[in-house]
Design a protein around this ligand. Sequence first.
Ligand code: GCO
Ligand code: MG
Length: 402
Amino acid sequence: MKIEQIKTIVTCPGRNFVTVKVVTDAGVYGLGDATLNGRELAVRTYLDEHVIPCLTGRDPRRIEDIWQYLYRGAYWRRGPVTMTAIAAIDMALWDILGKLAGMPVYQLLGGRSRHGLMVYGHATGRDHAEAIDAVHSHIAQGYKAIRVQSGVPGLSKVYGVGTQPGHYEPAQKGLPPEESWDTALYLRHTPELFRKVREAVGFGPHLLHDAHHRLTPIEAASLGKALEPFSLFWLEDATPAENQEAFRLIRQHTTTPLAAGEIFNSLWDCKDLISHQLIDYIRTTIVHAGGITHVRRIADFAAIHQVRTGFHGATDLSPVCMAAAVNFGLWTPNFGIQELMPHGSLVDAVFPHNYRLEDGYLVMDDVPGLGVDIDERLAARYPYERAYLPVARLRDGAMWNW
Ligand code: GCO
Ligand code: MG
């Protein structure tokens, strides 16, 4: 059996997605997500120019060998562009293998560990009252876990807070918008938000919060401590994690569970965080960390340190990645939670899929492969549009962290 053709499909049904389609001579094809928000065309070029020409003619069932070929063979290891490109090919090969076997990918991984994946939804509000309304509406929709973010008085815009409750889009069309940031205002405001949310809904639903890497380690420690009475499921990306030691300081001061890793690309980015048990949830995703083949190694390594998965699942991860995440989460023994920001109906039409939300859990029917497709004709009607995440500047104009 041979890989006959591989193509990259770029489409923008409201936001940009890059998809890989691997076609075999056996009449089956596989899909992989290759979307790297704001750097989409770099991955497409990496695939088109440097990966695809090396793969045509190979046996698509040699998933491990192709992974090692692309990772070890390239000389230049890791990095978001490389690992997203490898991930897309890897996902597509698992999709093909499932179709050949007539089984969903989770069966190939070792079968179901659970009936569905508990997800967390996004409750956002421009102020506390609006955020609390959004929490109520998520509870009414059956969500068991809810991430809460709100506007901060004194800041005109806060990342992760939409213009309508419950919705925000990570990237904006055009060049990167600039937002201003003030840590002191944020730290004053955030514990108060969670005090009010707990007062309004009690301790039943799980609550989560994302600090988007904006804090220093000591600021993160103080926020974690201040949030302890409100019993969060996790505090996410409290500080940038290039220096994994930083989390040791946070850990010394707070028992609020910590999550990190949505921007990591390999096990090497989280090895110390996991082995020293400095985090509780690893957010590294299939699309940005080398696909199912590599994320399975991360999850297994995490399992022996009692760290659970909590994959990134914002709208910039396509339904192809979500389908892979659902298969993966049905199997992985140390699954923790899955982020869910539902895509709109147009994205769902471009990528028809088999997973669905039922009473706060993502479930899927047994279909061969990943259980996702692409309507190429519809995709072709929405060409790429330049779009970026915003950047953050301090009050004095200096660039600040993501
Ligand atoms: C999250 C996020 C996202 C990311 C975005 C990057 O869902 O936890 O932090 O909003 O910033 O997906 O592309
Ligand atoms: Mg995040």
